[in-house]
Design a binder for this molecule. Sequence first.
Ligand code: TMP
Length: 219
Amino acid sequence: MTHIAHADPRSTARGRLVTLEGIDGAGKSTHASWLADELTRRGRRVVATREPGGTPLGEKLRELLLREPMTHETETLLMFAARREHVERVIAPALARGDIVVCDRFTDATYAYQGGGHGVPLPSIAALETFVLHGLEPDLTLLFDVPPAVSRERLARAVAHGRALDKFESEQASFFGRVRDAYRARAAAHPLRFRVIDSTQPITAVRGILARIVDEIAT
Ligand code: TMP
């Protein structure tokens, strides 16, 4: 088993870390697989992964995080515990090989959900980010932006098709309003890293935007 207590993920970052973010129901996961397939088709080696999850332990933590009631602080710590495993075992090695990592959610989700949604102080999240990631940041973050009402509508359609909602998806519209605001604040604070994509557009229009992004990062 590798131990990287002293490793600095930045020193291995030769590939590219592309993250996808947005409130539940923004359509991000469908776009994540399309993006990964398209980059692969263009000859790039791609690792498609997700958070919370991406490792055997991370997937177990995901089960707990999406189902079990817990304090907001516990939730924040478990998100970062899963992330540490993920970075050490999957993301940093992939970046070191020069791969493109397409990650469905990353640290911005903790700022948005635990920070914006649940009110965990942002400096506490920033302290955990420094402790766990040693400065590793995505190279590009695609924020799929939809108003909470659209997200609720999409989730209601999923329920009508027999899907059970998880702990986060069952939150009130006001929660998603705060999460969305926090995401948009992150995007405004990091304009070079973020692309905000209006995800209320038809899927073909969003694909058109993503195709241009693929052109940029595939080369
Ligand atoms: P997903 O449904 O997009 O896979 O994400 C699972 C849920 O986990 C989603 O509702 C957002 C939540 N989440 C957080 O609250 N904080 C985080 O740091 C991450 C990565 C996800």
